[in-house]
Structures are given as C-alpha cells and as structure tokens.
Write a protein that binds this ligand. Sequence first.
Ligand SMILES: *Cc1c(COP(=O)(O)O)cnc(C)c1O
Length: 384
Amino acid sequence: MNFDPRQSRPAPASLLAFAKDKLDALDAATRRRRFSPTTRKPAGEAARDGRQLVSFSCNDYLGLSHDPRVVRAAQDAAAAYGAGAGASRLVTGDYPLLHQLERRLAALKGTESALVFGSGMLTNIGVIPALIGEGGVIVMDELSHSCIHSGARLSGAQVEIFSHNDAAHAQDILSRHMDAPRKLVITETVFSMDGDRAPLDALYEISRQHDAWLMTDDAHGFGLADMPANPAPLQMGTLSKSLGSYGGYLCAPEPVVDLLTSRARTLIYSTALPPASAGAALAALDIIESEPERCARPLNLARRFTRALDLPGPQSAIAPIILGTEERALEASAALSERGFLVIAIRPPTVPVGAARLRFTFSASHTDDDVERLIEATRKALAP
Ligand SMILES: *Cc1c(COP(=O)(O)O)cnc(C)c1O
C-alpha cells in the first residue's frame, strides 16, 4: 500500500499558487508558523533541537500529564475500554467513564449536570451555536480565545465585543439590546495570554439584571483559581491544561445539558473522547482534590518570578513580559533557549499587533531552583 510520490498527479497550479502567495505574505509579516518537534518529559523538561530545556511554556500547570498515577489511569482505561471510543456518544461511544467524569465535574463546579466534549475548542464551537442563533446577541470580552470567536461567528447571532475586563462597557452594550430574545455574555475566568482574571462578580450581576446568560471559559483557572462567589450558569473548560489530559466540558443546569445532548453538533457528529483521556482526567481530579499545596504552587512561583523582576503581580500561573515587536519577542525567546529555558514568543494574531511577548507559565512540577535560574536567565536575556 506504499504510495510512490513520483506517481502522484500534479496538484492544480492555482492551488499551489494560492498556498505559496499566502505563505509569502506570512513570511513578510514574520507571521509564518512552523512546528518544532518537542519531547516533553517529567519535571517540566522538554527536549528540542537536541537540547534539554526546562519548559515555561506548557499549560500543564500541575505537572499532571506525566504524573505516574495519571499515566497509569490512562493505560488502565485504554486496556478496559479500547484505544478509541468507536463512535459518537449517541451511537456506541458512551462508555461508563464519561458519566463518572461528568458527575465529578458537576460536583466540583456546583452545577446539576455536565457534558464532556472532544476538546475545549469543540465545546465552545458546539455549545455557543446550540444556545443562541439569529436574533440573539453575544456580548464577549475582546481578548476571548479564538475558539469563542469561532463559536460566536458560527452561531449567526449578533456579536458585540466589550473592552477587556470592562464590565461597564458590557452593561452598556446589554442595555442597548433590551429587546433581544436571548443574550449570552462570554468571558474567560483567567485570560490565556495575559494571565489576568475577569470581573466575574460584576459580570454575573449585570447579566442577571439584563436576563443574559453568563458563560465562563475556565481553561486556565481550573484547579488553580478559587471558585467565584456566584458561579456562572454556563461554565466550560478543558481537560487539556491543569488536568494534564485531553477533552473539554460544559457544567450547566440539567435541562441545558439535555438540550445540548440533542443539539450540540460537535458532540453529536464527532467520536467520543478516547477512554484513556477520560481515565486520566478522573485520576487528575482525585489529585487536585487531595493535594491543595500542589494547586497553590504555580501562582506562588509566578509571584516569586514577577517580584524578582519588578513585573506587575500575577493573578494566575501565567506571567507575560510584553516586548512589542515580533522580532524582539523572538530574540528574547532565542536568548532564553541559549540559557536552557523554553519560553515561546507569542505573536499576533494570537495577541494584538505591537503586543508580542514572552509568556511564562509556571507549573507545580518546577523546582525552586528552576525558577531562580529562570529569573537570572531572563534578566540577562532582556538586558539591553
Ligand atoms: C486552550 C483553550 C481552549 C481550548 O481547549 P482545548 O482543550 O485545548 O481545545 C479554549 N479556551 C481557552 C481560553 C483556552 O485557553
């Protein structure tokens, strides 16, 4: 069955020209992205380009992706239920671990019910259009993750953007849409590129006043940040970051979960999460519930780093250093790599033009010494 590339038919010239033109434009803007093969290891290490680096770029905030208990649970789940789920959950993919996982997530978030999806991105792209469509209004923070924008656009609802973390602006927009039959307010709990937190209490209150439904994306908060006093009625998140596994979920009232089971296209028309991912997530939840010191560590390490470098105090495990141009961010990243640290440069369009940065993420798997050496290396890398 080996395919001989010499026998391949030539691709349409227009297709090749299209791809090459687009790539040239990306190159010209320093926006072209390339893979960098990386082997992640326990204790926050990553091997790349033949070098051993300590990674401050993973979202594995609690170091659980390599925890032997989590890896073992993934192996056990695969052995019991197979490497793949075999079909969508509504066909034959609804294996028992998914229900255990949903009960655990709902209990942790204080909701009646929960629904697991294939990923966090599939959750946002499935949930938003199933709850709101033409005639509805979505009011979302300008720095919301790309997949929230995608879900919002796919819904066909009118999309209104409020200035970052500006609850008064969100209120202003809502007051102009009093008559809309359905309104959805969306924000992240912890913002992925800046590490700051949303004003959840204020957004909860103005949503309630305007009969809008508040949806929060907890991708970067789960297991790390305290629960808000008034949790949103719609709380989504990912199993892929602090839980060290893969998958996504929505915690919500039971009728909402029941509706999504019949209406969320990314749930209905996509194969269920692999059993290993569900098994790993369950083991990770056990660890999060029993090891509070592990959950507190990433923020404490981020604090130590920002204090030493006179940066603004962190609100999460994420600490950015904004450098401006793509070139400066790439140079700083290369200088840190020379000193043994993997800190990826984040560039537009992931962040606004002129706000290219280094994004440091701290993990419970980092040692105190890792962070002390990172502080020294960052000082030197950024010295003029
Ligand atoms: C990573 C991320 C997602 C997507 O989650 P995946 O499980 O990786 O698909 C969604 N929202 C935010 C804010 C994220 O940072």
